[in-house]
Design a binder for this molecule. Structure first.
Ligand SMILES: [Cu+2]
Length: 277
């Protein structure tokens, strides 16, 4: 019974894995353009960049472009609603650019591998209010890529952002809110405020790494390393079992629980299956 159940479990996992694996998609061509001034260049939904063996994750990004997004950043005229995106190497990234201005704006990504992207570029463009969606697959290397609008003066006037692939390769200069302070502090700022901020950790540092603080990682590692010793100690101390007996007991309990779960699931399925009533 236990062997049959184990075989069933492994089969179930393998089946789920195959089902959940990304399906290949049709290539709709390298460039799409329509009469209303919307354009996608370098579209790539299925060709893996060099070094990628499969799609690591699927990410959807919506970015708004317009002069109103420049307001928080003194000295800029145009802006994006976000200035940084983080994706895994080999991620399949679908970007929707929403233009809220009357002029032309772009979301242009450079230095992609030329084997897959003509002139190393992925490029979305919308003239006037409207939106366009395109897909690319991120390269395999950890690197920080420039995203900008190439219309004259738009990059200089604030339409600049960065795409961080994996761990990235540092922070690009002059990205609003990322590598330039959103608010320039003046002399009225109280003395010692910088020290207080430094002690508290800056807002951006915490924003970028909300889940993986050093303490959390340390806690997880300690829990993983320490759990078997703790359980063994618990078993020896309170139940008079040896470590091996305890491991066997735990394995048996986990297997029994899984098999009971499957049995419940099967009986439910047999009862609810269409045509079985
Ligand atoms: Cu622009």
């Amino acid at each position: 019974m236990a062997t049959r159940c184990l075989v069933f479990l492994v089969g179930l996992l393998a089946g789920f894995h195959l089902w959940a694996a990304p399906m290949p998609m049709m290539d709709h061509g390298r460039m799409r353009m329509d009469m209303s001034g919307r354009m996608v260049m370098g579209q790539n939904t299925d060709r893996l960049p060099p070094g990628c063996r499969r799609i690591s994750e699927e990410v959807e990004i919506t970015v708004k472009a317009g002069h109103k997004y420049a307001r928080p950043f003194p000295g800029t005229m145009f802006g994006y609603s976000d200035h940084e995106w983080r994706v895994e190497p080999c991620a399949k990234v679908t970007v929707t650019l929403v233009n809220e201005d009357q002029v032309r704006h772009q979301w242009m990504l450079h230095d992609l591998p030329e084997e897959v992207y003509p002139r190393g570029m992925f490029h979305l463009e919308v003239t006037g209010p409207g939106e366009v969606t395109g897909t690319f697959i991120a390269p395999a290397e950890d690197r920080t890529y420039l995203v900008h609008c190439d219309i004259p003066q738009h990059t200089e006037k604030g339409m600049k952002a960065q795409l961080v692939v994996g761990k990235g390769s540092g922070v690009l200069p002059g990205i609003p809110g990322i590598s330039e302070p959103a608010v320039k502090y003046d002399a009225a700022r109280p003395k010692g405020a910088d020290l207080v901020d430094a002690a508290a950790g800056s807002e951006t540092e915490r924003d970028r790494n909300p889940f993986l603080s050093g303490m959390l990682v340390l806690g997880i590692v300690l829990a993983i390393v320490g759990a078997p010793y703790f359980l063994r100690w618990l078993g020896e101390r309170f139940f008079g079992m040896t470590g091996r007996e305890l491991n066997a007991y735990l394995f048996e309990r986990i297997m029994a629980l899984a098999c009971q779960g499957i049995a419940v699931f099967r009986s439910l399925w047999q009862r609810l299956r269409p045509g079985s009533a």
